[in-house]
Design a protein around this ligand. Structure first.
Ligand code: XIL
Length: 386
């Protein structure tokens, strides 16, 4: 609370100062997210088709005003682009890439190899039995070559492997792992690099602030680096909840990952304001719980006290991100406004969540203003606020 007031005070002082300072931006035109963080890191958002086909005008305008990077929320996942072995459907993915190019955005493809949202045919023979290691490697190679190859030189970066770490220990025993073995990860990176040698390649996962997951991720990246496999960055998904993040843990993950000499980024940031129905916090999309009224308390509006708590949670994260601005390359929110957020349906379907910076009418929330003020204050006080 104290630090937040300090940031507010500084930004008020900055507002007064900038009225008399011709070289700084005018206090009358508030900065947008991408402007406030322009010298720090990219500010991204996840898009779905409604954003890129023009059917949601006000959201589209907001995207263009606020963000300089986009990631595909669903349209590049194997179940969408490659529903059966001989069928690719790139209609939505093409539209997504064209949109990003038109607006000069840093475009991220999501995701090539993951245990979710991948059709069963990848892992099966025609008779339904499990396919061989060789066959799965060949399918993986063909999939990656086709998808990455199609957008060669146009998509700037790929989430190559998603969520390969197990919730309890070691690597996740996904079908990729079971059929190919743990070298499926390096093969995926190798194929992606061959398909577009200039694209940045990332490993992406959730709950990387938990110590065992952090350690496993460090081990994984080191192993890939030892084998001279190209990995450019690590994506911390960052699907959080109110007061879920212990800041020292968050900071430790950023320092340990950046010590590996790779870029660090938040790739799917959202902070749910709703009670999480279990102690086992993750972002495993198959986690589903029954809806009970006490799990859905803010169906009409979000009380001021919760708006403030949400804002403070965002400020706490952004202070750390700013402290490591030379290590952090991008912060991407998982969605544009609360209406579209996947958190309305995960891990309980049909709730009303408020996890993002813009409400259901695309109006900025207190969390938005707090982050802008923090960015402005830091820009003008050379980090004294941190
Ligand atoms: C989510 C999408 O937001 C939903 O629309 C979809 O129904 C399920 O997947 N981790 C990831 C993302 O890497 O791809 C997931 O996206 C959220 C968790």
């Amino acid at each position: 609370m104290k630090t937040y007031s300090c940031v507010l005070l500084l930004s008020v002082l900055y507002g007064l100062f900038s009225c008399t300072n011709q070289t700084s931006s005018s206090s009358k035109t508030p900065l947008t997210l991408k402007e406030a963080y322009k010298d720090k890191f990219l500010i991204g958002t996840a898009l779905n088709t409604d954003h890129t086909n023009g059917s949601e005008k006000s959201t589209t305008l907001l995207i263009e005003e606020q963000f300089n990077s986009i990631v595909a929320e669903n349209c590049m996942k194997p179940e969408e682009v490659h529903p059966s072995e001989n069928i690719y459907d790139f209609r939505k993915a093409d539209q997504f890439v064209e949109y990003g190019e038109k607006h000069n955005m840093f475009i991220v493809g999501h995701t090539l190899i993951w245990h979710s949202q991948v059709p069963d045919w990848f892992f099966e023979n025609e008779d339904g039995t499990t396919c061989s290691r060789e066959r799965l490697i060949e399918r993986m190679r063909e999939h990656i070559y086709t998808v990455v190859g199609r957008y060669k030189g146009r998509i700037h970066a790929w989430d190559v492997v998603n969520e390969a770490i197990d919730d309890l220990e070691g690597l996740r025993k996904s079908k990729w792992y079971q059929i190919i073995g743990e070298d499926y990860i390096e093969l995926a990176f190798q194929f992606a690099h061959e398909a577009d040698p200039n694209a940045e390649l990332y490993y992406n996962d959730y709950s990387l602030i938990l110590s065992h997951r952090r350690e496993e991720a460090v081990k994984l990246i080191k192993k890939l680096q030892k084998k001279e496999i190209r990995v450019d960055g690590i994506g911390m998904q960052a699907h959080y909840g109110l007061d879920y993040v212990k800041i020292p843990d968050f900071e430790r993950s950023i320092t340990e990952f950046s010590a590996l000499n790779i870029k660090v980024m938040l790739t799917e940031l959202d902070i749910s304001v709703l009670p999480f129905p279990t102690e086992k916090i993750s972002a495993e999309i198959s986690q589903k719980y029954e809806m009970l009224p006490e799990f859905n308390p803010y169906t009409d509006t979000l009380p001021d006290s919760i708006q403030q708590q949400l804002a403070q949670n965002y400020v706490d994260l952004f202070k750390v991100l700013l402290k490591y601005e030379d290590k952090v390359s991008r912060v991407t929110f998982w969605g544009v406004n609360d209406e579209h957020s996947w958190r309305n349906d995960w891990p309980i379907e049909g709730r009303t969540d408020h996890p993002l910076l813009f409400d259901r009418n695309n109006q900025p929330k207190e969390a938005y203003y707090s982050i802008i003020e923090l960015g402005e204050a830091v820009n003008n006080t050379k980090k004294q606020v941190l």
